[in-house]
Design a protein around this ligand. Structure first.
Ligand code: NZQ
Ligand code: ZN
Length: 382
């Protein structure tokens, strides 16, 4: 019931629905004429989204430069290259066309150009940005919520980190969400997106503060995704189902579920990021492995909170049953629930634990120590 003090702020203008990118040229033009268009490794061109967006930008008479090749689990090296290109061409607005990896990279490209500071300085929280380059996004994968939030996540293989940075300057100015741009997302990534959005709701739910209305809304977001997600996996081209999951994903991490909370927990995400860093596993796939283990670790520590979730989701307060049901749901989507399912065998146990301990991965509300991390890795393995 406790509502913590909070500040609500979200300046992103969302353009949601079929055909919304038809007006993107006009929207981008209000921020400047020199555009840096950022996209990923191939899907945007392959499925025609690039052509559609480029056509609208060209029609508006904008000068367009491009940086492409952003990889899933994006790396700081790409961001640095895009920054150099952006600076050389005096760009004054960024357009990100893709999923979380492209949008997150673009957020940091904008900060780095505007402040003339190396991107990793922000990711390690050593530099405080003063300004940014306006960012317009076109989302092609429903999962992260980055289209309407102030976070970005990047990897650095030199330092051995996958880190997140949060700052109000990272909110996109405008985000275009056309669910028909997501019909080509393959079945596995569609499933990982559903897991990711559910995990975002759970991270909020297990944070500090228990505002009744937000608990109800958070559980409703998870239930919605649990209803439409499996249907979508059997009907990937269905735009209505895509639209529902897309809206769920945005709502799960646009700040709304944090009203009345001091923080979210984010320990599961931290642990998942280490698995992504080590083995390049898709983000959502790491979360379906870590969440069941985390809940088993916490079930004697926060039983009532887990029971509240279980009652809302499955109509049961039996702790092990709740965890098993969630686990079975992730599994039914085709997302792994144990590390072995990703092809990584138990011989990696030490390596995983070492990485997690080195970075002292913990939650913001539920702290984790070395012993907890050892138990968690054990449970992810067996
Ligand atoms: O590179 P391309 O060829 O474009 O292919 C991508 C990529 O291989 C493909 N894809 C995207 N849209 C598609 C499509 N394929 C077919 N049709 C389409 N319409 O999907 C693959 C995965 O893309 P990616 O952008 O990596 O996925 P996602 O959106 O899940 O983003 C994951 C990244 O976001 C971070 C994750 O850690 C990870 O690095 N996160 C960002 C958050 C944030 N900023 O708030 C929060 C999240 O918790 C998360 O940490
Ligand atoms: Zn996530």
């Amino acid at each position: 019931m406790t509502i913590e003090n909070f500040i609500a702020y979200n300046p992103t203008r969302l353009h949601f629905g079929k055909g919304v990118t038809d007006t993107i040229g006009k929207t981008v033009k209000q921020y400047g004429n020199n555009v840096l268009l950022v996209y990923g490794k191939g899907s945007a061109k392959k499925y025609g989204y690039y052509e559609k967006v480029l056509g609208q930008l060209a029609k508006a008479g904008l000068n367009i430069r491009e940086y492409h090749g952003i990889k899933p689990n994006p790396v700081v090296d790409d961001v640095r290259k895009a920054v150099a290109l952006g600076k050389a061409n005096n760009i004054d607005v960024l357009v990100a066309l893709g999923g979380g990896s492209v949008i997150d990279s673009s957020k940091i490209i904008g900060l780095s150009i505007a402040n003339n500071i190396d991107p990793w300085e922000f990711m390690t929280w050593r530099a405080e940005p003063e300004k940014s380059i306006p960012l317009v996004t076109v989302l092609t994968l429903a999962a992260t919520g980055t289209e309407m939030n102030a976070a970005a996540v990047l990897q650095n293989h030199e330092t051995g980190h996958k880190l997140g940075f949060v700052n109000p300057l990272l909110f996109p100015k405008d985000s275009f969400l056309d669910p028909s741009f997501t019909v080509t997302v393959p079945k596995d990534y569609t499933a990982y997106g559903i897991v990711d959005l559910i995990a975002h709701a759970l991270e909020a739910f297990f944070g500090c503060g228990e505002p009744s209305i937000i608990d109800r809304i958070t559980i409703a977001i998870i239930k919605d995704a649990m209803e439409w997600g499996p249907q979508l996996l059997n009907d990937l081209q269905n735009v209505d189902l895509r639209a529902n999951i897309m809206l769920d994903a945005t709502l799960a991490l646009n700040g709304f579920t944090s009203y009345g909370k001091k923080n979210g927990d984010w320990g599961v995400h931290g642990l998942g990021h280490e698995l992504s860093f080590l083995y390049d596993l898709p983000h959502g796939a790491t979360l379906s492995i870590v969440y069941p283990a985390w809940l088993r670790l916490q079930k004697t520590r926060i039983p009532q909170r887990i029971q509240k979730l279980g009652e809302g989701l499955f109509g049961t307060t039996d702790l092990e049953e709740i965890i098993q049901k969630l686990e079975a749901f992730f599994s039914s989507l085709g997302s792994p629930i144990r590390i072995a399912e990703t092809g990584i065998d138990t011989s990696k146990k030490k390596e995983i634990l070492k990485q997690m301990n080195k970075n002292e991965v913990s939650g913001m509300h539920h702290a984790l120590n070395n012993e907890d991390r050892a138990r968690l890795v054990e449970m992810m393995m067996s």
